[in-house]
Every structure is written in structure tokens, then in C-alpha cells.
Ligand binder design. Structure first.
Ligand code: CU
Length: 172
């Protein structure tokens, strides 16, 4: 019984985190060989994300590249062949052109839209689904409460029972 409660307690944070983490997405982009000049392209182009999301670039070509904001606001630094850049966060909505600092004619765009529009389908799901993620969180908290009460009960009963047993022994 205690092991089950422990398992629930361990699993609960995971259940709580998953729905929350889904809102701030990380979008993988790639640098690929293509029929262009130079023969490397950012893909997809444009990259479409929502406010607060991050983008990583994986270099699937031979030479090293960067993804660098045209305004200089951000850069991945050098992305060696076969590696993935650190995540770049886009906290504001807008259209952000970028390029490769090593091959300046390699260009791309990140389009960041306000969180409200893309998140409206999940909101609709919440309404029709009767609570969506809120229900699992509520149920999880309820389970946690029951689990804690049960664990407390087990703890309280054990010493009590043992004490009674000892008390009764001398009488017999
Ligand atoms: Cu490049």
C-alpha cells in the first residue's frame, strides 16, 4: 500500500507538468542541402511559432552555419555539422528575418504570432471537454490528498497497534 502511494506521489508531478509544458513549445528547425546559391537552406522557411516559444536549428549539411538575427538581437553562434544549436526564445510577436553569418545570402524568417490565436483550439477543447487539463490536475491533487491522509493513517496506526500489543502481553 505504501509503495503504491509512493508511486502515485512520484508520478503526480509528471502528470501536473505535462499539460503546462505543452503551452511553451520548442520548434525544431533544420539547415539542409538545397538547390540554391549557396546550396544550403533554413527549413522550414518561414518558421511559424507562438510568443514565448523557442527554436533550435540542427545543421544537416557539411559546413558550419549560424542562425543570426538581421538586427543582431540574437544568434545561435556556430552550429557545427551534425549538431543542434541552443534554443533561441522569441518573447514578442513579430516577423524576424535572420541569416547565416558565415554565408550571408542564406536567409530565413521567424514569424512569431500572439499566443491568443494559436492557443484558441486548446481553449475550445477545455470548454467542450469539461475542464481538460484542469480535471486531471484536480483529480491528481485529490489523489495526492487521499494518499497523504492514507500515509498518515498508516503511520498513526502502526505504533498504536504495536503499543497495544505490548501493553496486553503483561496482562496475559
Ligand atoms: Cu551558412
Amino acid at each position: 500500500m505504501r509503495r503504491l502511494l509512493l508511486a502515485i506521489a512520484i508520478a503526480l508531478p509528471g502528470l501536473l507538468v505535462v499539460p503546462l509544458a505543452a503551452s511553451a513549445a520548442s520548434t525544431p528547425a533544420r539547415i539542409v542541402d538545397c538547390a540554391g546559391t549557396p546550396p544550403w537552406c533554413f527549413s522550414p522557411n518561414p518558421i511559424q511559432i507562438t510568443v514565448g516559444s523557442t527554436v533550435t536549428w540542427t545543421n544537416a549539411t557539411g559546413p558550419t552555419h549560424t542562425a543570426t538575427s538581421d538586427t543582431g538581437a540574437w544568434t545561435t553562434g556556430s552550429i557545427a555539422p551534425g549538431t543542434t544549436s541552443a534554443a533561441v526564445t522569441f518573447p514578442t510577436a513579430g516577423t524576424f528575418p535572420y541569416h547565416c553569418a558565415i554565408h550571408p545570402s542564406m536567409t530565413g524568417t521567424v514569424i512569431v504570432s500572439a499566443a491568443a490565436a494559436p492557443s484558441s483550439p486548446p481553449v475550445r477543447e477545455l470548454a467542450s471537454g469539461g475542464g481538460g487539463p484542469q480535471l486531471p490536475i484536480g483529480a491528481a491533487l485529490l489523489l495526492l490528498g487521499v494518499g497523504l491522509l492514507a500515509a498518515r493513517g498508516v503511520r498513526r496506526n502502526r505504533p498504536h497497534g504495536a503499543g497495544e500489543g505490548i501493553d496486553k502481553l503483561p496482562h496475559q
